[in-house]
Design a protein around this ligand. Sequence first.
Ligand code: AGP
Length: 607
Amino acid sequence: MCGIIGYCGPRPAAEILVEGLKRLEYRGYDSAGICVRSGGALRVHKRKGKIKDLRAALPDRVDGELGIGHTRWATHGEVNDVNAHPHTDATGRIAIVHNGIIENYAALREKLAEEGYRFVSETDSEVIAHLLASLYDGDLERAVKQAVSLLKGTYGIVAMHADEPDRLVGARNGSPLVLGIGDEEMFLASDVTAIVAHTKQVVYLEDGEVVSITSADYHTTDLRDRPVDKKIEFISWELEEIEKEGYAHFMEKEILEQPESIRRAIQGRLDMEYATGHLGGLNMSRQELLNVERVKIIAAGTSFYAGLVGAYLLESVARIPATAELASELRYRNPVVERNTVYFAVSQSGETADTLYAMRELQRKGARVLGICNVVGSTIPRESDGGVYIHSGPEIAVASTKAFTSQLTAFYLFALMMARMRHMGIESGLSFIHDLEGVPALVSEVLSRRDALVPLARTYAGAGNFLFLGRGINYPVALEGALKLKEISYIHAEGYSAAEIKHGPIALINETTPSLFLVTDDGLRDKVISNMKEVKARAGKVIAIAVDGDDEVDRIADDTFFIPKTHELMYPFLMVVPLQLFAYYSAIELGRNVDQPRNLAKSVTVE
Ligand code: AGP
């Protein structure tokens, strides 16, 4: 989604802004722009398209040490140069960038238009620039506070005024904003990736807070002008982690990082003496954990599928009733919060609006919500009652891969911990740990076989539709495989329980709709094989991901990719990797933009 960067310091702002926007590209966007104060005036350069288009349109030299920049992901108004940010007021003395949605923009626009303010774009954001112009009396910070008090909706805003050469003002409500503290320079950004090259000291703004920066200083207040003391935090990410380091795409890099990222998610979280998991950040006493009678998981997209695996695991391993639900649905159905229930909000970015608002709704009703998140300092972990950081490192590709396997790891550790506090004996605990610790090496083994997936992707890249079919704990993995394929290759793909195809989807089967089956060596194997035969009997092509040595599956399938044998509960880790790679190679075969697929955003901060 949209990205923001602001700079205030002694260096030429334009290059810092453009470079920061480049680092925000991964969030997904359709236009970009910057505004730099130069010679006492504000100069705006903005373009539909990519950062390289913006860069190409910039004059050879852009002077000025104060500026703001933005990548836009259109919500209100088509994708064109005029609707791109920054937006200015009619005099061109005030400029703003905005992430989020202003819900009452139509009413504000009408009122301002009646007062003579002339609008040029179709965006909701432009209203903020005119509102500031109507309120400005020589103090930008005061005007921002007055303006945002009139806004309904979500915003992360940064504003500048031509008459204030060393000041930017930022405000936040529902859309992240972070302050970066440099050496005689300050930054504002929607996401630390934009500024990590310059500073590792950051301050995260909360909703209702305003920050005013100069190159040498900053202060934070609430909307009623009361000072707010903020903690300075340190970003642990290294710059290299957000660079491709020789890989063709971030997605490839992130898929290949999984043995290491899973290992990191496990690291320091196993207690071998008591054969259990140890998750320090849950903020729950032993008694509170013992009292848990039910687990409910909320999330969106890939994180939701990780939650489905987690729910399956918690029931089967820890014998705790568990369900996963789409956060977007839970929020609006007035959920009943039961006693002794623990909720998990799962989110790679920690900023997904659907998940965040569902979490707040649950908390309002008294629920305890724990986060399972990747981005340290993001909103969900900050507002949750405790939780687990998965430590995957930055995930830049829009299609989530390594975060999924690390989210699974968090659930495996939690399930182990809960099981050991209940019925699970020490021997079974040790055996579970042994299997879990074996996962990274097995994922490496799967990755070492990846070349076999290239011709497979080539063979099937022409398919218009795909079915992904799995059972039991691998059913959510089939859903995830289908999501990956449609996200980055644009091939229509649906995931189902293999058992469900006879209830409808089998009608789609013909020689042009392939089915990809996940076949493990568990109690459901023979049933899945029957489903494969049903597809074959209708001239459907069958691809199987099967366990080493399963010759029967290989005989039935048109194509088989083998994964190593493991404990049946560990297969989701091994099954999902070939599906990620299959989607990746298919997308490459079709010439798609792998890391930034059309219409998608990495961090979905609007509803
Ligand atoms: C994953 O490939 C998707 N891009 C998307 O479904 C994503 O998982 C979803 O938007 C949730 O994001 P989150 O984990 O950051 O909350």
